[in-house]
Design a binder for this molecule. Structure first.
Ligand code: HEM
Length: 221
């Protein structure tokens, strides 16, 4: 086996391993957040639970579903995978809107100022970006909505803005983990271990999207 062959095998293996780890850490992270927030124990508890379920679990799975290496639906055809991607993103949108509603109403009931922290501000921007991204994806389903734009170009913009939304979601999650509510229960090494989860998932997603984009660009030359 030549050096470049063994290098590419090693690269494929590490990509596969990191993808599997991304699936695992997202599920574990969401499970830990369920245990910490105990959804239903208070109005606030729905916020970290729904946001984590939406951004960390559903959105990550919706993206990894389209991965050529670690898709849990690898047996399905591309069209079926795309439909599943849409279904998961719709579920994610529901979680995110309900999660935002819960914290907004909770603050209103407690007479607290809105969007007064970095987490609140970046979180609001993330939700807005996610909604714009969802509406902007409609021309991919109904191509007539974007006359003059090629499907390839639309897909590229969708992937790039989707990646930005995902990264903003990861930053919002990490900032949420800096809140007093979270740090009073989790601190020290366990905090860093938990912060590693959305960070690893973000790196894997970034690698998947940039690779797909660069491969397409290379084909055009
Ligand atoms: C991507 C996921 C998340 C988004 C987009 C998000 C968004 C937001 C927004 C917009 C607010 C401000 C609401 C208002 O001022 O009316 C907020 C507040 C809050 N969030 Fe999140 N959140 C997310 C995840 C989390 C997580 C995982 C936690 C806990 C670990 C958390 C804990 C809090 C807390 C304690 C507040 C109240 C204090 C503050 O405004 O910073 N959030 N969130």
């Amino acid at each position: 086996m030549s050096v470049s062959e063994s290098e590419s095998r090693l690269y494929s293996f590490s990509r596969f391993l990191s993808g599997i780890c991304a699936h695992l850490v997202c599920a574990v992270f969401t499970g830990l957040m369920v245990a910490l927030a105990r959804p239903g124990s208070s109005l606030f508890s729905w916020h970290p639970f729904l946001m984590t379920l939406g951004f960390s679990f559903l959105m990550t799975e919706a993206i990894l579903l389209l991965s050529p290496h670690v898709s849990p639906a690898w047996r399905l055809k591309h069209q079926a995978k795309t439909r599943l991607h849409w279904a998961l993103q719709c579920l994610c949108a529901m979680c995110v809107l309900l999660g935002l509603g819960a914290i907004f109403y909770n603050k209103h009931l407690n007479d607290k100022p809105h969007f007064s922290t970095w987490h609140g501000l970046i979180g609001l921007m993330t939700v807005c970006l996610f909604l714009i991204q969802s509406v902007g994806a409609l021309p991919l389903l109904y191509h007539k909505l974007a006359k003059g734009w090629s499907l390839a170009k639309l897909k590229r913009y969708h992937a790039a803005s989707g990646l930005l939304t995902y990264l903003m979601g990861s930053v919002s999650l990490l900032l949420g983990m800096c809140s007093i509510w979270f740090t009073s229960s989790v601190s020290g090494y366990p905090w860093y271990l938990m912060a590693f989860c959305p960070t690893l998932a973000a790196l894997v997603v970034m690698n998947q999207v940039t690779n797909a984009y660069m491969a397409k660009k290379r084909l055009q030359y």
